[in-house]
Ligand binder design. Sequence first.
Ligand SMILES: Cc1ncc(C[n+]2csc(CCOP(=O)(O)OP(=O)(O)O)c2C)c(N)n1
Length: 545
Amino acid sequence: MAEIDGGRIAAKQLRRAGIDTIFGVVAGPMIEVLAGAQNEGLRVVGCRHEMNGGFMASAWGYQKKLPGVLVVGSGPAMTNAVTPLFVATESAMPLVVLGGSAFAGTRGVGAFQEADQMSLAKAACKWTGQVDATERIGEWIHLALGKAIGGRPGGVYLDFPGELVAKKIDEEAAVLRDAPEVAAPAADENAIERLAGWIAGAERPLLVFGKGAAWADAGEPLTALADLGVPYVCSPMARGTIADDHPSFANAARSHALGHADLIVMVGGRFNWIFGLGRRLAPDARIVQIDVEPEEAFSGAAVDLMITADARQAAEQLRAALAGRELRTNPTDWMAALAAKSDSNEAGLSEALADDRIPINPYRLVAEIREFLPRDAIVTAEGETVMGICRTLLPSYRNRACMNAGTTGCMGVSAPYTVGAKLACPDRSAVAVLGDYAFGAAAMVVETAARIGAAPVFVVANNEGIAGHMIQDFMLPPGSPQIASLLPARYEKLAEMVDGHSEYVEKPEEIRPALDRALAAGKVAVVHVRIDPKARRLSGSNYLQ
Ligand SMILES: Cc1ncc(C[n+]2csc(CCOP(=O)(O)OP(=O)(O)O)c2C)c(N)n1
């Protein structure tokens, strides 16, 4: 009878669940899992750090609507994966970390890389489990994958005590499982009727989209609602759920819209800090929330009606309920007010967008990127100054096409997100716009991308530090050693080191040709752009708070 080790069983179960790519760092006791995956024909991406790997896997999963899988070794390898687990859980992205741990018979007396991995994982995850028999590895993986993706997606940790991984068993004793078909939950029809009546009767209705809407692919039925003349705003990563050039898109007047709407319908999002904790809404506004998790009704916002449902399902039902109904909202009034506000906000930026001075104004850089981006691009942005500007200016036209530091404001996500997204969607452009700190936090992904033949474009907006010189010069003791300012290092050389494409840009007119060449190169590219260290963002919230 053929024998099979625990690693190969794990790989067979992953393949059975439709996963063809996994991420990991080679380490004991999980080498058999990585080898098993290669033997089963999965693409295994060997990463340079578990944190990078976790973010790559999260982005791959978010784009594919499958759990992203990261394989890590014991002790510090596993603790390095705690941040991506935390970020995945908070940002509702599906990530499964398979982590090896110390061998039975050695625990408690100083085993190699021994750590209380279950406790370390618990606070960062929506679910944790521990394999208890090699025969059950398939079943445990089936559970872990399902928990990551079921309901609101998030981070999941599955622990593999070392002795169970390399152990060989009779192949027939290895239980593999098929995923159930899960019908998306529909909304209560009475609640939808009430909501349709409220929308029809509201003077200033507003739709708000969070990542749940993007995840549920709710764009099409939501577009039908926006087509009725109901304006909408998006959380940063929900951009593109409806293409940003829809006339009802009101992000450029976001604060005004949220502060003046008399009916707010949040779809697949949370009233967390990104939406001012729900505290800056008009006091008499009616608030409706549509979410797959009913607990979301309890937040800083005074929610009137919670509709528990898949965002796409609920939006379809709402479309049907509103068909043929006249809306009270007057487009020349509410929509026009928002459009006027958007125009005046944009007009306030026009000088910065056209600025042709040297050093380059970051607004000019982002304006050039805006012109350059292909419509189907997946764009990630990260940094403080730079990300804020990108959030204001860079459009998204496709669902889940916008990725950034998200709910946790975590630096170090975007470079690996870009690689993971590019692997998931090889036919689309993947472009990251990164502050110099943000790029530095994860820069070795350049080597990973080159090795696996991925071709992301990293645009490094170098203002020589964390928020440029602003913190060093104005918040730290005068003349003190540099801790917020950084050297103007030649970041493009990281591409040269792996025979990638590199560009160094100091003048505004050089930006566009450099971007075009980088995209055309068809290999990993670093476009290093020197921007004004003294430039600040003209408005918006920030990630340093
Ligand atoms: C993991 C993590 N560490 C630290 C921070 C605090 N922080 C916020 S923004 C930032 C860096 C911003 O600098 P940069 O990426 O160069 O972009 P810039 O603001 O200069 O455009 C840091 C360190 C964070 N948000 N996340």
